[in-house]
Design a protein. Structure first.
Length: 272
């Protein structure tokens, strides 16, 4: 099983938290008999009793869910023992389950099935999203955020460096381990199942300390499949050095000394 570095992931905790906060702020719970937010009254709103955080990582998004709905029973699901160890250390009072989101299921229904920046690592969304939606209780919601910047400079550079003859064979399958579909795919998939469906995308403009910070960011997420496929530390370091050299060209320092790092994300909220 690939390993995750919780400490490296959390170096950009504030930037990674912004999309989760935006997603949480848009989730509205109505009674099972109501699905129309526009015609709802304050009396129609309710709080979720049961929440599951799919791909909870070190528990930072789970903490945000607790802060929004403190009375809810919360379960975090992740396939990384390293991430779950961090989550359990910080929040031993919540339930943590080690499982693969690609196959995890539950006999219980949840008022909120939530996933922040995790399902891009899971293949076969045509099967996974309807399965997760079936875990939503009447009046509840499936809420998902995923990065959608795979055609941006940072991912393009990593993919191009991976084509060098030195490691081309070793990295042949690395790009296949992460990806998302167009928003229209999720609309067509969930629209027949959902009482209401909301989809949108946002491009965040993160201000980072320099190209080295961009390397640290991607090294903790999208570069992982490449680094883990390389056979030794020397090649891993050379791969990072070559990427960093090109990051410096693609993300020049501004007069402030900082760099601007555009990062596009997609959002889906499907209510039952």
């Amino acid at each position: 099983m690939p390993t995750w570095d919780a400490g490296l992931y959390l170096r950009f905790a504030n930037e990674r938290a912004r999309p989760a906060a935006d997603l949480i702020s848009r989730i509205v719970f109505l009674g099972p008999e109501r699905a129309d937010f526009n015609d709802a009254t304050r009396a129609d709103f309710r709080s979720p009793a049961r929440i599951v955080d799919i791909g909870c990582g070190p528990g930072n998004s789970t903490q945000m869910l607790h802060e929004r709905w403190p009375q809810a029973t919360i379960t975090g699901v992740d396939n990384s023992p390293e991430m779950l160890a961090q989550a359990k250390a910080e929040h031993p009072q919540w339930s943590w389950v080690q499982a693969d989101a690609a196959t995890w299921n539950s006999e219980d229904l949840f008022d909120l099935v939530f996933s922040n920046a995790a399902l891009q690592w899971v293949p076969n969304h045509a099967e996974v999203f309807p399965r997760l939606f079936r875990l939503v209780a009447p009046g509840g919601a499936l809420a998902v955020q995923m990065p959608s910047n795979f055609h941006g400079p940072v991912h393009r550079i990593v993919a191009e460096v991976a084509q060098q003859p030195l490691w081309q064979d070793a990295l042949r399958d690395a790009p296949k381990r992460i990806g998302v579909e167009p928003l229209s795919f999720y609309y067509d998939l969930l629209q027949p199942l959902a009482a209401s469906l909301e989809l949108w995308e946002t491009e965040y403009l993160h201000t980072l300390g320099g190209p080295e910070a961009i390397l640290e960011w991607i090294r903790g997420t999208g570069m992982r499949p490449y680094l883990q496929a390389l056979p030794n530390d020397q090649q891993k370091q050379k791969f990072q050095d070559l990427c960093l050299e090109r990051f410096r060209e693609a993300y020049p320092r501004r007069p402030s000394g900082k760099v601007l790092f555009p990062f596009r994300r997609i959002f889906v909220i499907a209510c039952r």
